[in-house]
Design a protein around this ligand. Sequence first.
Ligand code: SF4
Length: 215
Amino acid sequence: MNSTQRVLAVELPAPCPLACGFCRTPNHGQGDTDKLYAAIENHLLREDWAELYLTSNGETGLSPLFAKTVELARSRGIATAVLCATEKSIEPGIIRAEISVNEFTTRLAERAIAKAKKLGIPMVVSTVDTADTNPDAEELAKRYGADAVLIRALQQEGRSYRTCGTTRVWQRAGSQLGAFPVAAYAELRSLVSDISRLICIGPHGNQVPLLGGAS
Ligand code: SF4
């Protein structure tokens, strides 16, 4: 994340059609939608942001708050990036789609990737290093035509009983990816030296230090 950019990272409550073996938020949909949307409005309407980074505890585009939050940001001229696994989250006009690709998501994730490409949305493949998998970032970028690949160290959260692997990023030279990578998750903190311009809001509408199972 560029230290001059203010980023609002939000974890929306959302259901999920998938059941990844190491999901960090397996209790999908939990949260307080009224309180969270009030917090989103408060931040987006009163402050200046370079980017709204939308994530969720399920599939982001299936959140009851997704469409109206994207629209609110659009009306304020704030760029929106989305972390997701299916095409339900790929909205025209978003500035970056970070698409989770792993053995459990591949079929739906490939459809999301195809939709992002069709819409000309810069695309990041996000995957997990379980130590057993040890993904090759450049090979993944080539396979999916990605602008960047984010490999995340597995965290001991949700269904995962261990922390392992190494977080790393590969980014195509010249790609325009906004505030990527956003250090809203524990494993990404080592990638960004200054997080003073990042605010994280959890699914219950509270400001939190980190998103994910820790929120
Ligand atoms: S890791 Fe993401 S896509 Fe997989 S089950 Fe959990 S919320 Fe759904």
